[in-house]
Design a protein around this ligand. Structure first.
Ligand code: NAD
Length: 373
């Protein structure tokens, strides 16, 4: 069983899909491991570290040659995988709803594409879930980046020259990233409020010491929502939400938006007119910019100034912390494949529940029900 990891090739991608720690663990399962030269450099891992862990470090073609499994952060171009074994498994994020051509190319190449972002939200898959591990650190980094851009302080400070008041931070979308953003902003001493469409988040917001700001006139999503995910809201809800945001946002200094809907463009939560009501020097961090953006006017990987307000659009926030996010991503891969490792066959044999959820292509065909739907 040969496992290969390539250097990520997508622009701005600094993470790597295996670390010396997970290389050792896969070797302990009986696999051999090959890593492309320089694959870990942007995540602070030297080739030598992989070698010491037992991996062969070589060029891309030699690494992939005869591979049974290829691990990636973002799925590599299948043309790079020509030397892999027929039917080889490729576990990575595929952005399947938007990258349908790439999924078809994997099918045509006879590869078994396993989309890590389709990991079901069930307890036993929590340790395999890259969306959670990456969002968690992204929520943290978004607050730090916003604080850095902000020309004022977060905590209330009493100084001999007078008092500096605490920043008001508003988190929109309280999933994994939003919860971490609340916790981080609170730790920095800000006054924090937060909103979501799922009613289950209200208690979570309060338990972190923040104030819930919720639409009450129109029903939101009961409890956690299907599979823990939100859906697109009715026009009536969106209107009520816009009114609520308009009333609240003018008093906020920092807004972090994280709202996503799987398979759909990100919901638009903040309009240009609303931005115009904010105090000059305020900062908005749009974590959803790559999915279309929660904020009118946000631009991927740029800081845009509108009405004196800075809008930070970061298309890959986890890549800004590649050492830690790679370590977690690599563990997600290991937890996933090792949970299904069949000792006799010396390879992972996925079960139905998780296998059917993550598998996009197999035997030359696109097989994902979710993608067909
Ligand atoms: P996400 O990234 O899909 O979306 C971020 C947040 O935005 C969600 O809370 C969503 O409800 C919210 N949102 C969507 N539309 C909105 C709108 N119009 N206005 C305001 N907010 C809006 O979500 P996520 O971070 O992946 O997590 C969602 C839930 O799934 C969480 O409760 C999380 O704890 C749970 N989860 C469970 C598992 C597991 O059990 N294995 C793994 C990961 C997450």
């Amino acid at each position: 069983m040969r496992i290969a990891v390539l250097k990520e090739r997508a622009a701005g991608e600094t993470r790597v899909a295996a670390t010396p720690e997970t290389v050792k663990k896969f070797i302990a399962l009986g696999a051999s491991f090959a890593v492309e030269q320089g694959a870990g450099l942007s995540a602070a891992i030297a080739d030598e570290d992989y070698r010491t862990a037992g991996a062969e470090v070589t060029d891309a073609a030699a690494a992939v040659d005869g591979a049974d499994i290829v691990l990636g952060v973002q799925a590599p171009d299948p043309a790079l995988l020509a030397g892999a074994r027929p039917g080889a498994m490729v576990a990575a994020t595929f952005d399947p709803f938007r990258e349908k051509d790439r999924v078809q190319a994997y099918a045509a190449a006879g590869l078994e594409a396993l989309a890590m972002e389709f990991m079901p939200r069930i307890t036993r898959a929590q340790s395999m879930d890259v969306l959670s591990s990456q969002s968690n650190l992204a929520g943290y980094k978004a607050v730090l980046a916003a604080a850095n851009q902000y020309g004022r302080a977060f905590p209330m400070m009493m100084t001999a020259a007078g008092t500096v008041s605490a920043a008001k931070v508003f988190i929109m979308g309280v999933g994994v990233a939003g919860l971490q953003a609340i916790a981080t902003a609170r730790r920095l001493g800000a006054q924090v409020s937060a909103t979501d469409v799922r009613s289950a988040t209200k208690e979570q917001i309060m338990s972190l010491g923040a104030k819930p700001i919720f639409v009450e006139s129109v029903a939101g999503i009961e409890g956690e929502g299907a599979g823990g995910y939100a859906t697109e809201m009715s026009e009536e809800y969106q209107k009520a939400q816009a009114e609520l945001v308009s009333a609240h946002i003018a008093k906020q200094d920092i807004v972090i938006t994280t709202a996503l809907i799987p398979g759909r463009p990100a919901p638009r939560l903040i309009s240009d007119a609303q931005i115009a009501t904010m105090r000059k020097g305020s900062v908005i961090y749009d974590l959803a910019v790559a999915q279309g953006g929660n904020v009118e006017g946000s631009v991927a990987d740029q800081v845009v100034e509108r009405h004196g307000v800075f809008i930070i659009g970061s298309s890959n926030t986890p890549a800004l912390m590649a050492a830690d996010t790679s370590a977690l991503f690599a563990r997600n891969h290991y937890n996933f494949l090792s949970a299904f490792w069949d000792k006799e066959q010396g390879r992972p044999v996925l079960d139905e529940e998780i296998g059917n959820a993550v598998r996009l292509t197999q035997g030359g065909a696109m097989v994902s029900e979710r993608l067909k739907g």
